[in-house]
Design a protein around this ligand. Structure first.
Ligand code: ADP
Length: 370
């Protein structure tokens, strides 16, 4: 097993900078997810760790050893790609055995490694098939099996589930989690899918434009996003953002003026640096909002827009007078009976609100999340 340490890692292609000084430490045995929108540099960084891309600047250490100039084959890692890249003319068994054969291992040792990996991945019954006789999910298992038999100290996954349909992706996510628990090997997993990141990662690094916006556990990132980007990237529906003005700041509480003239109170947390008159963005998640039949404490009047009925719940979209953005509210399923255009009251939580300054940095989150 191996830790991975990145210090001021930079990548440029000719004059175009793609990664701007990445600092990150991944612990021995950890499952770290790199997540971010397409083009933010996460695959490039993974490929630099693998040795498939030159490092333009900075230091990469794998298992405590500087690895910038170590050849890929000597890095004791295995990579699983989105395209399974299996040899079509070989059976599953031969595909899995290939690297060990090349490395000169004895037939008995190869057989033991292949059988053990096949059992772990539940593909023993497929060992004599050719890749063309397998489903996408089975092929991806074989690709993972081919990585496992080499007993690497570090697994790198580059969007391995993107070619699979939704239900298979869920199943394979569970399998990769189980694999990580069983093998206890360090894994770095790249995805653009925030659900995959939240469900798989022990920690997640959120990338944006060649930089890391925040690193933390799924719980830390969801409940204490450091900025608007992370707040908006993780969670479905997306966190609601409402532009507001601070009109009073007393101790641990802020009073905010919302579009349409309503004034609400939010707990600011001990770290708040908001000052009166400051323009801020109030961030609040759909599950922390309630629709109320009448005005009450911390309510604002809204107009119901459209409603998504999901069976077990409904997502209600409503707008503030004077507010341009629709606000998503996670409501009980029977909220589907509401009518578009109807007036209602939205109750904002005093706790569980996030405040971001004009540059998008979190000023305060009422640190009361369970
Ligand atoms: P992600 O994995 O986050 O989708 P990538 O790491 O693949 O993003 O790409 C990051 C950026 O680097 C993109 O803007 C991409 O166009 C650029 N890029 C990747 N490979 C090359 C290359 N070989 N030459 C020039 N630019 C590249």
């Amino acid at each position: 097993m191996a830790s991975v340490s990145l210090k001021q890692i930079v990548k440029h292609y000719d004059k175009t900078a793609v990664l701007h000084g990445i600092d990150l430490d991944i612990a021995d045995g950890e499952l770290m997810v790199f997540v971010g929108p397409s083009g933010c540099g996460k695959s490039t960084l993974l490929r630099m760790i693998a040795g498939l891309e030159q490092i333009s600047g900075g230091d990469l250490h794998i298992g405590g050893i500087r690895a910038n100039d170590i050849a890929p084959a000597q890095r004791k890692l295995a990579m699983v790609f989105q395209s399974y890249a299996l040899y079509p003319h070989m059976t599953v068994y031969e595909n899995m055995a290939f690297a060990l054969k090349l490395a000169g291992h004895k037939a008995a040792a190869i057989d033991e490694a292949v059988q053990r990996a096949a059992a772990t991945l539940q593909i023993t019954q497929l060992l004599q098939r050719k890749p063309s006789e397998l489903s996408g999910g089975q092929r991806q298992r074989v690709a993972i099996g081919r990585a496992i038999v080499r007993t690497p100290e570090l697994f790198l996954f580059d969007e391995p589930l993107s070619n699979l349909d939704a239900s298979l992706r869920v199943q394979m996510r569970v399998e990769i989690s189980r694999l990580h628990r069983e093998l206890q090997t360090t894994m770095i997993y790249v995805t653009h899918d925030q659900v995959e990141a939240m469900t798989l990662g022990q920690r997640i690094a959120v990338f944006n434009g060649g930089r890391i916006e925040q690193v933390g556990t799924p719980h830390q990132l969801y409940n204490h996003p450091a900025n608007l980007f992370v707040a908006g990237f993780l969670g479905t529906p997306k966190m609601n953002f409402i532009s507001a003005e601070v009109i009073a700041s007393s101790g641990e509480q802020l009073n905010l003026l919302l579009p349409g003239g309503a004034i609400i109170a939010v707990a600011s947390g001990a770290r708040s640096k908001a000052s009166c008159g400051q323009r801020v963005t109030l961030g609040v998640r759909a599950e922390h909002l309630r629709l109320a039949p009448a005005a009450g404490h911390n309510t604002v009047e809204v107009r119901i827009g459209h409603i998504e009925y999901l069976g077990d719940q409904s997502i209600v979209y409503a707008s503030l007078d004077g507010g341009s953005e629709l606000i998503a509210i996670r409501a009980p399923a029977d909220a589907a009976a509401l009518q578009a255009g109807q007036r209602a009251y939205l109750q904002l939580p005093v706790l569980q609100c996030h405040i971001f300054d004009a540059s998008g940095q979190a000023l305060a989150s009422s640190a009361q999340h369970a």
